[in-house]
Design a protein around this ligand. Structure first.
Ligand code: FO1
Length: 321
């Protein structure tokens, strides 16, 4: 039974993470419950043209503030690209990577505060003061552990170059987060997980969004040991990825693109994994038995996040699972 005032933690990244976070906020508001804590992937982060970019942090912040570009799935709605044109004219930055003018305001503010000595957690706290987000956001760690892609041909690229320039077309053989072994969870992360009633794993990319969060030493353990129920939401519907290029990432780590295979990849807590229950789409209902054989409670529900209402309905099913 869900307590009347559930303390909820969400692990999230990317577009799937921001849509789901909007749904969690709406569902908790309906229940009159306290704000959820969202632990955000920072593996997508990078330095470019002297500024620190935090794509997943920004996607979730902009979505919660209602200022996101819903068409593209990243950046600010109605943004312009004047500064970007100048950067390109200087040959600065990456010609395939667009920094919008409003978005650059965010990166400049963040970089200034980092240069002043604030930690990423403190910067995020400061940024959250601008808009009533209705969610407490924490980076997974204050260390820089950007994701690198190791290619089959022996090359190595920053995740953002592989994702945006090559559209994940260069075959990866592995993903790495250099420095992650020495990283620690950001202040408040382990405590939030330990003190939660429910931990939700968003339908984000299991490899490059949720993977980096769980690889910060201490976070996987905290999820394994919490007295909270841990519920994951499948990012695979009808045997296909809903958005992004998660299938390429899954193939690289030897996981099939199916709801049951991703559930087995996370694993049941009773068998050394991180989950107690797995929400899978109606289209994948036939896989429920496989999920249960893996030691998880399988819950079948509509999983298309079309708008805030449908995301909230999914969040509510996950909370009650
Ligand atoms: N994605 C693109 O496909 N092309 C871009 O030029 C691009 C710029 C960009 C700038 C700031 C930012 O926060 C995100 C940006 N993204 C862009 C999205 C981002 O590359 C990825 O979609 C995420 O990191 C994956 O979750």
């Amino acid at each position: 039974m869900l307590p009347p005032q559930p303390r909820v933690v969400v692990l999230a990244g990317g577009v799937g993470g921001s849509k789901f976070t909007l749904g969690v906020r709406a569902a908790l508001r309906r229940l009159g419950a306290p704000e959820a804590t969202v632990i955000v992937n920072t593996g997508d982060d990078l330095w470019l043209s002297g500024v620190r970019l935090q794509p997943d942090v920004d996607s979730i912040t902009y979505a919660l503030a209602g200022v996101n570009d819903t068409e593209r799935g990243w950046g600010r709605a109605g943004d312009t690209e004047r500064v970007n044109e100048e950067l390109q004219a200087w040959g600065a930055g990456w010609p395939w990577f667009t920094l919008g003018d409003l978005d650059l305001g965010t990166h400049l503010a963040r970089t200034g505060w980092l240069r002043d000595g604030l930690t990423p957690t403190q910067v995020l706290e400061r940024m959250a003061q601008r808009w009533p987000l209705g969610i407490r956001m924490l980076p997974m760690t204050d260390s820089e552990v950007d994701t690198h892609v190791l290619l089959e041909d022996g090359g190595r690229l920053h995740f953002q170059e592989w994702w945006t320039r090559h559209r994940a077309k260069l075959t990866p053989r592995a993903f790495e987060n250099p420095g992650v072994a020495d990283a620690v969870p950001a202040p408040g992360v382990a405590e939030a997980i330990a003190g939660a009633d429910v931990v939700l794993i968003a339908p984000s990319n299991p490899v490059v969004s949720i993977g980096p969060i769980l690889s910060v030493p201490g976070i996987r353990d905290a999820v394994r040991k919490t007295s909270a129920k841990v519920v994951g939401v499948s990012p695979i519907i009808g045997g296909r990825v809903v958005r992004g290029m998660a299938d390429v990432c899954l193939t690289a780590i030897g996981v099939e693109t199916s709801a049951a295979a991703v559930a087995r990849h996370y694993g049941a807590r009773s068998a050394g994994g991180v989950l107690d229950a797995w929400l899978l789409a109606e289209e994948d209902a036939a896989a429920a038995t496989d999920v249960e054989i893996a030691g998880l409670r399988a819950v079948v529900a509509p999983l298309w996040m079309r708008d805030e209402e449908t995301s909230a309905a999914i969040a509510e099913v996950a909370l009650r699972a």
